[in-house]
Ligand binder design. Structure first.
Ligand code: SAM
Length: 290
């Protein structure tokens, strides 16, 4: 039996009635994008992102890709992980407020998070609400399937009973937001994604293994490089300025340099920043992993 594709009649008119991304429409963002002073470009900066970002002009960053600490209680060098959730969100929102300010009109912020399921805190939803309340357009969500469990295989909750089964996950989330406009201006000749990569990566479930080399870098929660490469090629042009305000040992900045983007990485740990600098020294420009 042939299944007929479901068609919506008068689609345009209905779209107008509904009002796409109505929540972001009455924003007061300036459309005037600015240059950032040279002294910040292609630099790793040690410090608290909330403070450092205050020194940047508004509307100067093309794309922010980052992963904040998730408050699980990991051992970071100079950050206390596992604090009261209210305190955690206050600080995170203060940093993300600055991120929104420094993002260009037409810029994007992409945040990788994993909720702490055992605390029943949906960080990805709470963060999404924050960005929506601050008038960003929610572009979408990517499921990054790492194919490793977020808990012990034997964490069943109420075994064989519906009273309280424990749900398990092998994936994290990437939440994508745009400031002012869904379109990011750029010269098409500076796009470096191939047709095959584009076809594959717009399918929003990405199967990428986690970073297995964290011991080597002495950091407990690193991005794998292929994840950063996909984000940068799909959402930014060569020459764009990329910021990671929780840069750790510098994976975002390393991949940005390799793919001929400009970068700024900020982390509160001097030790992580030094490792990021070391990694950057050995990077060859224009060397795709794929
Ligand atoms: C999940 S890790 C990011 C790791 C990074 N994606 C990588 O590949 O190395 C979060 C980082 O945020 C840093 N951090 C925590 N609070 C910060 C703050 N207020 N300002 C800047 N960095 C902070 C921590 O030191 C930690 O390295």
């Amino acid at each position: 039996m042939e299944i007929e594709e479901r068609k919506v009649k008068n689609r345009k008119e209905k779209e107008e009635t509904r009002g796409a991304y109505y929540y972001a429409k009455n924003n007061t963002f300036s459309k005037q994008n600015n240059e950032i002073p040279e002294q910040f470009i292609n630099k790793i900066i040690t410090g608290d992102s909330e403070e450092i970002l205050k020194r940047f002009p508004e509307n100067c960053i093309d794309l922010i890709f980052t992963s904040p600490p998730y408050n699980f209680g990991l051992e970071y060098e100079n950050h206390k992980d596992g604090i009261n959730w209210n305190e955690y969100f206050d600080k995170l929102f203060a940093i993300f407020k600055e991120c929104i300010r420094v993002l260009k009109y037409g810029g994007r912020i992409i945040v990788n998070v994993q909720p702490l399921f055992s605390d029943y805190i949906p960080i990805h939803h709470i963060l999404s609400n924050f960005f929506i309340e601050n008038k960003l357009i929610w572009k979408g969500e990517i499921l990054w399937d790492k194919h490793n469990y977020n808990c012990k295989y034997t964490a069943w909750g109420s075994w064989k009973s519906p009273s309280s089964p424990y749900l398990k996950y092998t994936w994290e989330f990437l939440e994508i937001f745009c400031k002012g406009d869904l379109k990011h201006p750029g010269d098409k000749r500076q796009a470096d994604i191939t047709a095959d990569e584009f076809k594959k990566w717009v399918y929003a479930k990405w199967d990428i293994p986690p970073e297995y080399n964290m011991k080597k870098f002495g950091h407990p929660a690193m991005f794998p490089e292929p994840l950063v490469e996909r984000v940068l090629k799909l959402f930014s042009f060569k020459g764009d300025l990329i910021l990671d305000p929780f840069n750790g040992v510098g994976t975002t900045t390393v991949v940005a340099k390799r793919l001929s983007r400009n970068y700024i990485g900020i982390d509160i740990s001097d030790e992580y920043c030094r490792k990021a600098e070391e990694r950057l020294k050995n990077i060859q420009v224009n060397a795709s992993l794929f």
